[in-house]
Design a protein around this ligand. Structure first.
Ligand SMILES: [Zn+2]
Length: 173
C-alpha cells in the first residue's frame, strides 16, 4: 500500500513540474578549432546555431552559454594519484602554463626523482592549475568543466587534445 502511494506521488510530481519538458532539450553548438587549437574557425556557424536555440529558452536570465572542451571517454575518469588543485588569476596562469588559458595540468612523477612530465613516469601526483571564477566567467567557462578537462590531462590525455570535441552549451543556473 505504501509503495503504491509513493509511486502515485512520483507520477504527480513529473506531470506538474513546470518546464520539465523544456529542460530535457540539449542545446549544444559544435566548436571547430584551427590546427594550433587557439582559434575558433566556425564562429558564424556557432552564432547561427545559438540564434536558432534562443526561441526555445523561456528565460535567458536563468542560464548561460558556456564553452566546454570535454575529454574523450578513455581519459574521462578521476585521477588515481594525489591530486592538488590551485586556483589562480589568468595573468598568474600565463607564468606557469606558458600560454594564456583557463588552466593546465602538471603531472608529477617520482620514479626517477621528482619531475614533471606529461608523457613518461609513474604519475604519482598531478597539480591542476585553474583560473579563478571571475576569470572563468570572462572566458565563458565553468570550473567543473575545466577540472574535468585538466583531470584528463593528469590521466595521460596528450596536450594536443586528440579526440576533443569542443562545444557551446546552454547551462541552467
Ligand atoms: Zn587541454
Amino acid at each position: 500500500m505504501k509503495a503504491a502511494i509513493i509511486a502515485g506521488c512520483v507520477v504527480l510530481s513529473v506531470l506538474s513540474a513546470p518546464g520539465a519538458h523544456a529542460k530535457s532539450i540539449k542545446r549544444e553548438c559544435q566548436i571547430k578549432l584551427d590546427a594550433e587549437q587557439t582559434k575558433i574557425t566556425n564562429a558564424d556557424e556557432i552564432k547561427a546555431c545559438i540564434k536558432g536555440f534562443w526561441p526555445t529558452i523561456s528565460d535567458p536570465k536563468k542560464g548561460q552559454w558556456v564553452i566546454n572542451y570535454p575529454p574523450p571517454a578513455e581519459y574521462d575518469h578521476p585521477f588515481a594519484g594525489i591530486l592538488m588543485i590551485q586556483r589562480l588569476s589568468m595573468d598568474e596562469i600565463t607564468k606557469i602554463c606558458l600560454k594564456r588559458r583557463t588552466g593546465c595540468a602538471l603531472v608529477v612523477n617520482t620514479d626517477r626523482g621528482v619531475y614533471i612530465d606529461h608523457r613518461f613516469g609513474n604519475r604519482a601526483a598531478c597539480i591542476i592549475i585553474a583560473a579563478n571564477n571571475a576569470d572563468l566567467q570572462t572566458q565563458h567557462a565553468l570550473f567543473k568543466d575545466v577540472l574535468r578537462h585538466e583531470t584528463a590531462h593528469c590521466n595521460g590525455w596528450a596536450q594536443n587534445h586528440p579526440g576533443m570535441e569542443g562545444k557551446y552549451e546552454w547551462v541552467e543556473k
